[in-house]
Design a protein around this ligand. Sequence first.
Ligand code: PNS
Length: 162
Amino acid sequence: MTVGVYPGSFDPFTVGHLDVLTNAAGLFDLVYVAVLHNVDKRPTFTVDERMDMIRNVLVAEKLDNVRCGTFDGLLVDYARAVNATHIVRGLRATSDFEYEFQIDAVNRHLDNSLRTVYFMASPGHSFLSSSNVKEIGLWGGSIRGLVPSVNEEIICERLAKK
Ligand code: PNS
Protein backbone atom coordinates (compact mmCIF):
# COMPACT_ATOMS: atom_id res chain seq x y z
CA MET A 1 0.00 0.00 0.00
CA THR A 2 1.36 3.42 -0.95
CA VAL A 3 1.16 6.04 1.81
CA GLY A 4 1.77 9.78 1.53
CA VAL A 5 1.88 12.53 4.15
CA TYR A 6 0.67 16.02 3.36
CA PRO A 7 2.05 18.26 6.14
CA GLY A 8 1.38 21.89 6.84
CA SER A 9 0.12 24.54 9.22
CA PHE A 10 -3.28 24.69 7.47
CA ASP A 11 -4.19 27.84 9.41
CA PRO A 12 -6.77 27.57 7.87
CA PHE A 13 -7.10 24.90 5.15
CA THR A 14 -7.84 26.60 1.79
CA VAL A 15 -9.18 25.45 -1.57
CA GLY A 16 -5.55 25.50 -2.73
CA HIS A 17 -4.74 22.90 -0.05
CA LEU A 18 -7.80 20.93 -1.16
CA ASP A 19 -6.54 20.97 -4.74
CA VAL A 20 -3.19 19.49 -3.66
CA LEU A 21 -4.87 16.97 -1.36
CA THR A 22 -7.26 15.78 -4.08
CA ASN A 23 -4.30 15.17 -6.39
CA ALA A 24 -2.47 13.29 -3.63
CA ALA A 25 -5.53 11.17 -2.83
CA GLY A 26 -5.57 10.10 -6.48
CA LEU A 27 -1.89 9.14 -6.41
CA PHE A 28 -1.57 7.27 -3.10
CA ASP A 29 -3.65 4.49 -1.55
CA LEU A 30 -3.71 6.40 1.73
CA VAL A 31 -2.87 10.02 2.57
CA TYR A 32 -2.37 11.55 6.01
CA VAL A 33 -2.95 15.28 6.31
CA ALA A 34 -0.52 16.15 9.10
CA VAL A 35 -1.35 19.37 10.94
CA LEU A 36 1.70 20.99 12.50
CA HIS A 37 1.35 21.61 16.23
CA ASN A 38 4.02 24.20 16.84
CA VAL A 39 3.59 26.50 19.83
CA ASP A 40 6.21 28.90 18.44
CA LYS A 41 4.11 29.61 15.34
CA ARG A 42 1.18 31.17 17.24
CA PRO A 43 -1.52 30.03 14.82
CA THR A 44 -4.90 31.78 14.57
CA PHE A 45 -6.84 28.51 14.76
CA THR A 46 -6.11 25.85 17.37
CA VAL A 47 -4.95 22.42 16.27
CA ASP A 48 -8.38 21.01 17.14
CA GLU A 49 -10.16 23.68 15.10
CA ARG A 50 -7.88 23.09 12.12
CA MET A 51 -8.34 19.32 12.32
CA ASP A 52 -12.11 19.62 12.69
CA MET A 53 -12.26 21.83 9.58
CA ILE A 54 -10.11 19.40 7.59
CA ARG A 55 -12.31 16.49 8.68
CA ASN A 56 -15.37 18.46 7.52
CA VAL A 57 -13.74 18.70 4.11
CA LEU A 58 -12.86 14.99 3.97
CA VAL A 59 -16.52 14.13 4.57
CA ALA A 60 -17.90 16.78 2.18
CA GLU A 61 -15.50 15.80 -0.61
CA LYS A 62 -15.79 12.05 0.09
CA LEU A 63 -12.02 11.72 0.39
CA ASP A 64 -12.30 8.26 1.91
CA ASN A 65 -8.62 7.38 1.63
CA VAL A 66 -7.47 10.45 3.59
CA ARG A 67 -6.92 10.63 7.36
CA CYS A 68 -6.17 13.71 9.42
CA GLY A 69 -3.58 13.73 12.19
CA THR A 70 -1.35 16.13 14.06
CA PHE A 71 2.34 16.14 14.82
CA ASP A 72 4.97 18.08 16.69
CA GLY A 73 8.68 17.45 16.38
CA LEU A 74 10.14 16.23 13.13
CA LEU A 75 8.03 15.48 10.08
CA VAL A 76 10.24 12.52 9.13
CA ASP A 77 9.38 10.86 12.46
CA TYR A 78 5.66 11.28 11.79
CA ALA A 79 6.10 9.96 8.24
CA ARG A 80 7.92 6.88 9.55
CA ALA A 81 5.24 6.31 12.22
CA VAL A 82 2.50 6.11 9.57
CA ASN A 83 4.67 4.09 7.12
CA ALA A 84 4.70 6.84 4.51
CA THR A 85 7.22 6.69 1.68
CA HIS A 86 6.43 10.15 0.32
CA ILE A 87 5.76 13.68 1.53
CA VAL A 88 3.34 15.81 -0.48
CA ARG A 89 3.66 19.58 -0.93
CA GLY A 90 2.12 22.21 -3.19
CA LEU A 91 3.97 24.81 -5.24
CA ARG A 92 2.38 28.11 -6.24
CA ALA A 93 4.94 30.56 -7.55
CA THR A 94 8.71 30.47 -7.89
CA SER A 95 8.85 32.17 -4.47
CA ASP A 96 7.79 28.85 -2.92
CA PHE A 97 10.71 27.05 -4.52
CA GLU A 98 13.50 28.31 -2.24
CA TYR A 99 11.51 27.44 0.90
CA GLU A 100 10.56 23.99 -0.38
CA PHE A 101 14.09 23.34 -1.60
CA GLN A 102 15.40 23.92 1.94
CA ILE A 103 12.75 21.78 3.62
CA ASP A 104 13.48 18.95 1.19
CA ALA A 105 17.22 19.18 1.84
CA VAL A 106 16.68 18.99 5.62
CA ASN A 107 14.27 16.09 5.32
CA ARG A 108 16.63 14.16 3.04
CA HIS A 109 19.44 14.74 5.51
CA LEU A 110 17.24 13.32 8.27
CA ASP A 111 15.83 10.39 6.27
CA ASN A 112 17.13 9.79 2.80
CA SER A 113 14.56 7.06 2.13
CA LEU A 114 11.73 9.61 2.06
CA ARG A 115 10.97 11.58 -1.09
CA THR A 116 8.77 14.64 -1.60
CA VAL A 117 6.36 15.03 -4.52
CA TYR A 118 5.03 18.46 -5.51
CA PHE A 119 1.79 19.45 -7.16
CA MET A 120 1.61 22.75 -9.01
CA ALA A 121 -1.24 24.97 -7.86
CA SER A 122 -4.08 25.38 -10.32
CA PRO A 123 -3.71 28.79 -12.04
CA GLY A 124 -6.64 30.27 -10.11
CA HIS A 125 -4.99 29.40 -6.80
CA SER A 126 -1.53 30.79 -7.41
CA PHE A 127 -2.18 33.88 -5.23
CA LEU A 128 -3.97 32.00 -2.46
CA SER A 129 -2.53 31.49 1.02
CA SER A 130 -3.90 30.97 4.52
CA SER A 131 -2.46 34.39 5.43
CA ASN A 132 -4.40 36.06 2.61
CA VAL A 133 -7.60 34.36 3.73
CA LYS A 134 -7.08 35.61 7.30
CA GLU A 135 -6.31 39.15 6.22
CA ILE A 136 -9.37 39.31 3.96
CA GLY A 137 -11.62 37.80 6.63
CA LEU A 138 -10.32 40.04 9.41
CA TRP A 139 -11.25 43.12 7.39
CA GLY A 140 -14.68 41.79 6.50
CA GLY A 141 -13.96 40.86 2.89
CA SER A 142 -15.49 37.82 1.25
CA ILE A 143 -13.55 34.56 1.50
CA ARG A 144 -16.10 32.70 -0.64
CA GLY A 145 -14.31 30.40 -3.07
CA LEU A 146 -11.03 30.70 -1.14
CA VAL A 147 -11.85 28.13 1.54
CA PRO A 148 -13.95 24.97 1.25
CA SER A 149 -17.59 26.08 1.48
CA VAL A 150 -18.26 23.69 4.36
CA ASN A 151 -15.92 25.80 6.54
CA GLU A 152 -16.67 29.30 5.25
CA GLU A 153 -19.05 30.26 8.03
CA ILE A 154 -16.88 28.85 10.83
CA ILE A 155 -13.85 30.77 9.55
CA CYS A 156 -15.77 34.05 9.08
CA GLU A 157 -17.24 33.88 12.58
CA ARG A 158 -13.93 33.03 14.14
CA LEU A 159 -12.06 35.83 12.36
CA ALA A 160 -14.79 38.34 13.20
CA LYS A 161 -14.14 37.68 16.91
CA LYS A 162 -10.48 38.67 16.67
O1 PNS B 1 2.38 24.97 5.72
P1 PNS B 1 3.77 25.24 6.20
O2 PNS B 1 3.73 26.01 7.50
O3 PNS B 1 4.61 25.89 5.16
O4 PNS B 1 4.42 23.80 6.53
C1 PNS B 1 5.76 23.70 6.99
C2 PNS B 1 6.07 22.28 7.51
C3 PNS B 1 5.02 21.84 8.51
C4 PNS B 1 6.07 21.31 6.35
C5 PNS B 1 7.49 22.30 8.15
O5 PNS B 1 7.60 23.41 8.99
C6 PNS B 1 7.77 21.05 8.96
O6 PNS B 1 7.87 19.97 8.44
N1 PNS B 1 7.92 21.24 10.30
C7 PNS B 1 8.17 20.16 11.24
C8 PNS B 1 9.59 20.22 11.78
C9 PNS B 1 10.56 19.55 10.82
O7 PNS B 1 10.43 18.38 10.49
N2 PNS B 1 11.55 20.32 10.35
C10 PNS B 1 12.47 19.83 9.35
C11 PNS B 1 12.03 20.22 7.94
S1 PNS B 1 12.10 21.97 7.74
